[in-house]
Write a protein that binds this ligand. Sequence first.
Ligand code: GLN
Length: 387
Amino acid sequence: IKSKLPDVGTTIFTIMSQLANEYNAINLGQGFPDFNPDEKLVSLVNKAMLSGHNQYPYMPGVQSLRIAIADKISQLYSQSYNPETEITVTNGATEALMSSILSVVHDGDEVIVIEPCYDSYVPCIKLAGGIPVFVSLTPPSKNNPAYSIDWNKVKNAITEKTRLIILNFPHNPTGLTLKSSDLDAIEDLIKDNEIFLIGDEVYEHIVFGNKPFLSLSTRDFLASRSFVISSFGKTYHTTGWKVGYCSAPKALTAEFRKIHQFVVFTVSSPMQYAFAEFMKDPATYLNLSSFYQKKHDFLYNGLLNTRFKPIKSEGTFFLLADYSDVSSANELNFATELTKKHGVTLIPVSAFYKDSSALSSNNNLVRFCFAKKNETLEKALQVLSTI
Ligand code: GLN
């Protein structure tokens, strides 16, 4: 069979989780919580099922959920989206990414992605007939122990063929967030052309240091060109329920829904009714940053007592650490051996680069997921302190 994605194998998250299962390892690899969602949310799903919400819901999503999402965005980011024509409930952020990329990318269009990048972007671009153009974050160095972004590099990558720029903040895997000056720079990138943006903002409610999250939707001009994507999986500890959403201006949403209706048609009904009810209380998402900040700090401080050198994260439920004092193996080999020999599973950061075997993508960094019970983090730290 002639493959449409000849360079694509199985995603690193599945590979590492399978390896973790095989070796009965502590899995701090794939990003999912090892604890349950709020019982109230679970009982709201049950209630929705018992009250008969078990058939196809309306194609763009249950109305009360779209209204609740619009209200939240208006409260937090002062942007008004019409829930009838500008908000669509999706099968996780994953479907929203695929549907938005397919909506605007034509054969031969260029799409700028920032490396390291989440692994679904490039296959989606290729299936749309687009050409990915990579711009790298500046990796950590002795003088600057964190990743940083140089918007001039993004500007230099823009050509007449550029159709779309994919942005992901808070950023997986580095945890980078945006400052107001970054939003200025992004406005500057697209003010004299017709380039669209995707804002992959699935970690919007996990931002550290008491800082507000700066969504692309906080700026009218950016919102007018953007598909802004989020995920209930990250916010409510329900990655397996696969519910997310996409907010975009009417003309973009119209194209988006043409694709959404024939990829998934609609999204699980009882979950949508439950989220609509649950998210009416802002405490359900406003407390998430402090919940995860404690886990971040616990893992970060614990790693200081090992030979791993952790890098502070500004958001997401991930942090990176340098392992060059532990091993000189490349990232994939190191992560594989760590699972097999020591029973702790992490993600090699090189997996977030187009050429994961290139020297430039192997910076002796591994990604830790800290969406785990404290006892799980403690057990992992205990093992890591011995190597
Ligand atoms: N986004 C999650 C991560 O970065 C994984 C999701 C998936 O496995 N598709 O770990």
